[in-house]
Design a protein around this ligand. Structure first.
Ligand code: NAD
Ligand code: TYD
Length: 347
């Protein structure tokens, strides 16, 4: 079996690549990644020499390149994670999101359809998406697979669009597809533009912790290794044409999570209790900021038997330990272009 994983040098993708390369030595895993600011081959150092792993640098927006790649390798399965993934960047530069998340996805769908022709047996196009396509919840309720799409940011709108296109290729052409929509991930190798690694980095450097608005927005956090295991479960046992929601049943108001993180960091850094909390700085709210995300993952748990392996406190501590032990990784990704991004975003 030849599997193409797109975006495998990114945060979640690198965990999926690692899991598949180690767990399935008989599969040939191809990691296609453009290596944008978010892609980092350092994430895959431990598996890059494995005989069943190949890295290919390339852009999913380049349709001809993608078609040639499919013609050459005749993949049996695609696990599509490549995307522009940060909401704040989608507010300042939406076009990149339209190109990669929408046009790039259609290029992959067209190429899979072209090489598989009408013989779809044992073939699968698995599209990785987000719970943000469902919009924003008030204090009650959960997103289920039946919740109507209502995206608010250019990021979530571009992901919603790609989800619709994947379903359209299933309905119209019979392409064997499956989609999963996951809640916020955290864990090692996450680029420090997202809440948890950004705040870890700022606490280490004793810089202000920029909390949007009043810090009352709620997110449902899942450890990235558990997302990778859900992807493994769905790729092998999910039903073609179906959608599965993935979540940690682990809701946190931002400010409460930040305070827990501050406590863990004080302890790990040997600082006085309360030291990191002093860095909390409330700043102007994100435009169109969704109030609450919460996933109902009953379908995945009941039908496919998946469940998360870690409690949040344990996962958070593991994450902090990893960032503290990998200061070189953190320093490398926060030099250069990151500084410009940071200045512009938080000026
Ligand atoms: P990430 O930004 O860390 O990684 C994205 C990867 O895609 C990078 O390696 C980047 O180089 C690559 N890439 C970007 N544009 C490309 C292009 N045009 N061609 C080829 N490669 C390209 O993202 P992530 O957080 O790992 O998210 C991965 C996927 O999971 C995305 O589809 C995202 O929408 C989805 N998702 C993320 C979360 C989360 O909390 N991070 C939650 C649910 C779903
Ligand atoms: P983020 O990690 O960007 O994920 P998403 O927007 O996709 O959920 O943000 C998580 C929450 O943290 C979100 O409510 C926005 C908030 N946040 C801040 O308050 N300050 C920040 O600097 C960032 C990056 C996020």
């Amino acid at each position: 079996m030849k599997i193409l994983i797109t975006g495998g040098a990114g945060f979640i993708g690198s965990h999926v690549v690692r899991l598949f390369v180690n767990k399935y030595p008989n599969y040939k895993i191809f990691n296609l990644d453009k290596l944008t600011y978010a892609g980092n081959l350092e994430n895959l150092k431990d598996i890059e020499e494995k005989p069943n792993y190949t890295f290919i640098r390339g852009d999913i927006v380049d349709g001809e390149f993608i078609q040639n790649l499919f013609n050459e390798h005749k993949f049996d399965g695609v696990i599509h994670l490549a995307a522009e993934s940060h909401v704040d960047r989608s507010i300042s530069n939406p076009m990149e999101f339209i190109q990669t998340n929408i046009v790039g996805t259609v290029n992959l769908l067209n190429s899979a359809k072209a090489i598989w022709k009408d013989n779809f047996e044992n073939k699968l196009f698995y599209h990785i998406s987000t719970d943000e396509v469902y919009g924003s919840l008030s204090d009650e309720g959960f997103f289920t697979e039946e919740t109507a799409y209502d995206p608010h940011s250019p990021y979530s709108a571009s992901k919603a669009s790609s989800d619709h296109l994947v379903r359209a290729y299933n309905d119209t052409f019979g392409l064997p597809t499956v989609i999963s929509n996951c809640s916020n991930n955290y864990g090692q190798n996450q680029f420090p533009e997202k809440l948890i690694p950004l705040f870890i980095n700022n606490i280490i450097n004793e810089k202000p912790l920029p909390v949007y608005g009043k810090g009352i927005n709620v997110r449902d956090w899942l450890y990235v290794v558990d997302h990778a295991s859900a992807i493994d479960t769905i790729f092998h046992n999910g039903k073609v044409g179906e959608t599965y929601n993935i979540g940690g049943n682990n809701e946190w108001k931002n400010i409460d999570l930040i305070k827990v993180l501050c406590k863990v960091m004080d302890k790990k850094l040997g600082r006085q209790a309360g030291e990191s909390e002093k860095l909390i700085t409330y700043i102007v709210d994100r435009a169109g900021h969704d109030l609450r995300y919460a996933i109902d993952s009953t379908k995945l748990q009941k039908e496919l038997g998946w469940k998360p392996s870690l409690q949040f406190e344990e996962g958070l501590e593991k994450t902090v330990d990893w960032y503290l032990a990998n200061s070189e990784w953190l320093n490398n990704v926060t030099s250069g272009a990151y500084k410009e991004y940071y200045e512009k975003q938080y000026k």
